[in-house]
Design a protein. Structure first.
Length: 757
């Protein structure tokens, strides 16, 4: 009997072991029953937990073959590694190759710490997937059959993509075939193939989510984009817009950073408009099809020898397209196309700059003015003390090939010429007294023009030389200051009031060639034999504001300045660029300029306002007025601006003041969950609303939606579509892990074409 019990114990020890003993190559910390069915076949039952090479296995029944490494598991199967966790009904796996198949499986995939966590709310940045069958094809590659995929790791996902098959490569991407996007269980759109990034880097190659829009002029709109992450320092985006009524557009954007100070971006877009007919009331307007394009690019590059090169292009082929299609009012009203480049360098006090720049300003579909430099080369020496004396010497020299061509239909008038200017100057400052500063200078201006005007005011190829002396003196002060201690004041512990009177005198010596100079810029309008005296008074109010119990900062919360200029020759008042009124009412000559009043206020970093008024004493009325203000606090931001100027023509109601107002108001919750805004611009002169724009967005834990509605006034445009205003609607969705974009014309309050992933 004793021998029988010993044999039985030996058999049990070999065939059935409970506890911490495990099959070769695995470790375990749970209790289960282990059977050795053959020399190489082991079976484990119970609460099985096995670990090997960073992989954990959980199941109720596990069959393992030590000779091949094959493993079969069933009953609450769980497989876990550092990046992924899979739960399944059954598993067929090879522990050596680390490959296998899971049946009726679901799992989560960790996207890593480098993704934009704000897109996942307060949750971990994970992705959830499920399918009838899941295959582990490689160390970091999985295939799902008849399943789905989402980054909403919650009981009821806000969105998911179901597919006939999906291949997931860890830290790279997921490719889904026959994919159907559903939001809140509602099918949104079908995609034969869908690319979704799941890499740790926040830039991944793939398609961005389409955007939908509608417009009277464009019709139904579908905007698509593909983002290509070329490398860590460069990316590209391809765009396609389909307009049911207007046609279609194709665009691209390229961005790069080669090194600090060496970077660039380029955008290009082609719009192919088809023939269309627009109706408004009983009027029908046909619009012929056309093709237009636009290029925007800028680049900067560091060069050897301390040089830096810059280049820019802002070119469009059709101003009508600009005015009609852009959502942003600034871009829609842009009438200027520019291209050029610059190379500049500085070595101590010496600097050189070479610029080639051409601009064309449109006044209609075909009327424009071309101006610029072809090229402009400047050699300068900064002010330095002359032989150790208190006198500073500087030298400015400028070779300027001025381009100026007026176009009207097929007619061109070329007023281009070359100008060379050399100007040595001397300056003597006096700053020994803190309450009074004195600064005087004298410059000897020598200018050569390649062409001039004859007695009949025609431009002829006869050179002209102009020489004059520009003498200036400026006095600031005496400055008066008073300080009040206010320890019990709730706003500031100290207040300071500073009064700064200023007086400036300029004398330009006479020269005889003023009427023969071809006047192309403000420098050519310098009037000889004149004296200018400008005088003003500035009041500055400062406060030492408590930011905390330990820290106070000084802030200027109010600045008020008044200024005016006296001219010995009243003709000089029409060319003074210091006053806006001179630009619009140049025919009104006077020995006194308008009185300018400038007020700036900002009691806190969240509130700011500016105002400028020019009062014309000749007609006893305000000639120009501009005011702007901002407020930002706790996610709320409000801005507004008003401008008014007296013009030489009158509106339909007899007004001679052009008044324009724009403003915006918006709110964004601090965590970025939801927000919205409203912007408008109103033209009082023509009594019409140029633009109104409403936007709203909502971001959930793993997805979001943005909507936009806009009315855009088309009255007065170069291309007449026969409708008073365009009504535009755009909507876009965002998914965690997939970036957003704005189409080239700035839908959804974007600036156009900038995309992220």
């Amino acid at each position: 009997m004793r021998r029988f019990l010993a044999c039985a114990a030996l058999i049990l020890a070999v065939t059935s072991v409970a506890g911490a003993q495990t099959i070769p190559g695995f470790s375990s910390s749970k209790q289960f029953t282990q059977e050795r069915l053959t020399a190489t076949h082991w079976r484990l039952t119970g609460t099985v937990e096995m670990e090997r090479d960073g992989q954990s296995f959980f199941a109720e029944v596990v069959d393992y073959h030590t000779d091949t490494g094959d493993m079969e598991a069933s009953g609450n199967v769980v497989y876990a590694s550092k990046e992924i966790r899979i739960a399944a009904d059954r598993m067929v796996f090879n522990a050596r190759t680390r490959l296998g198949t899971f049946y009726n499986a679901s799992g989560t995939l960790t996207l890593g710490e480098k993704v934009d966590r704000s897109m996942f709310g307060t949750q971990e940045p994970d992705a959830y997937f499920y399918g009838e069958q899941l295959e582990k094809l490689d160390e970091d590659k999985y295939r799902i059959r008849k399943g789905g995929f989402t980054t909403c790791v919650q009981p009821t996902p806000r969105w998911e993509v179901t597919a006939s098959s999906a291949t997931i490569t860890l830290d790279k991407y997921a490719i889904l075939k026959n994919a159907l996007l559903q939001v809140k269980g509602v099918p949104l759109f079908y995609m034969p193939i869908f690319y979704y990034p799941v890499q740790e880097d926040d830039r991944a190659t793939g398609f961005l989510l389409p955007q939908y829009g509608s417009s009277i002029i464009r019709g139904q709109t579908l905007s698509n984009a593909f983002f290509w992450a070329i490398n860590r320092s460069a990316d590209a985006t391809l765009f396609h817009d389909l307009y049911s009524k207007a046609g279609q557009g194709f665009g691209s954007e390229f961005r790069y950073i080669a090194a600090p100070g060496s970077e660039g971006n380029a955008k290009a877009y082609v719009l192919k408009q088809k023939d269309a007919t627009y109706s408004s009331g009983t009027t029908t307007t046909p619009v012929a099809g056309s093709t237009s394009y636009e290029i925007r690019a800028s680049a900067s590059q560091r060069l050897p020898a301390g040089l830096r090169a810059r280049a820019n292009v802002d070119y469009f082929s059709s101003i009508a397209t600009q005015q009609t299609y852009y959502n942003n009012l600034y871009d829609a009203s842009r009438r200027q196309r520019v291209y050029g480049g610059n190379v500049a360098g500085t070595w101590g006090a010496n600097s050189v700059s070479a610029t080639y720049n051409v601009s064309e300003l449109f006044y209609g579909a075909t009327d424009s003015t071309v101006y610029g430099s072809k090229p402009r080369i400047a050699l300068n020496r900064a002010a330095r003390k002359l032989f150790g004396s208190p006198v500073y010497f500087s030298l400015a020299s400028d070779y300027y090939s001025i381009a100026r061509i007026a176009k009207s239909g097929t007619t061109e008038t070329d007023n281009s010429l070359t100008r060379v200017d050399i100007s040595p100057s001397f300056r003597l400052p006096w700053t020994k007294w803190p309450f009074l500063t004195f600064n005087s200078s004298v410059a000897f201006r020598n200018t050569w023009y390649s062409e001039s005007l004859d007695l009949s005011r025609r431009q002829v190829e006869e050179s002209l030389f102009r020489r004059y002396v520009d003498m200036r003196a400026e006095i600031v002060g005496p400055v008066f200051t008073r300080i009040w201690d206010t320890p019990n004041n709730g706003f500031a512990e100290k207040f300071k009031h500073v009064i700064e009177p200023t007086v400036g005198i300029q004398r330009v010596t006479d020269f005889d060639s003023y009427n023969q100079i071809v006047k192309l810029d403000s420098y050519d309008y310098t009037l000889g034999g004149t004296t200018r005296i400008n005088y003003g008074l500035t009041n500055r109010f400062l406060a030492k504001v408590r930011e905390s119990a330990e820290r106070s900062v000084s802030r200027e919360f109010l600045n008020i300045s008044v200024a005016q200029t006296y001219y010995s020759d009243e003709k000089a008042s029409t060319y003074d660029s210091a006053y806006t009124s001179s630009l619009y009412n140049g025919e009104a000559q006077s020995k006194f300029s308008p009185v300018s009043l400038v007020v700036r206020g900002g009691p806190s970093a969240q509130i700011g306002a500016t105002m400028r008024i020019e009062y014309d004493h000749v007609v006893s009325e305000i000639s120009t007025l501009s005011a702007a203000g901002t407020f930002a606090q706790s996610g709320v931001q409000v801005t507004g601006a008003l401008s008014q100027r007296r013009v030489t023509f009158v509106s339909a109601d007899g007004s001679n003041k052009y008044t324009y107002m724009n403003g915006s108001a918006g709110y964004r919750r601090p965590d970025g969950r939801f927000g919205g805004g409203y912007t408008f611009s109103y033209d009082f002169f023509y009594d019409r609303m140029n633009q109104q724009r409403f936007t709203a967005f909502y971001n959930a834990q793993c997805c979001g939606i943005t909507v936009e509605y806009q009315t855009f006034n088309l009255q007065g445009l170069i291309t007449n579509y026969g409708i008073p205003r365009d009504k535009r609607f755009n909507i876009g969705f965002s998914l965690a892990g997939i970036g957003t974009f704005s189409n080239f014309f700035g839908a959804l309050s974007g600036t156009g074409t900038t995309s992220t992933r």
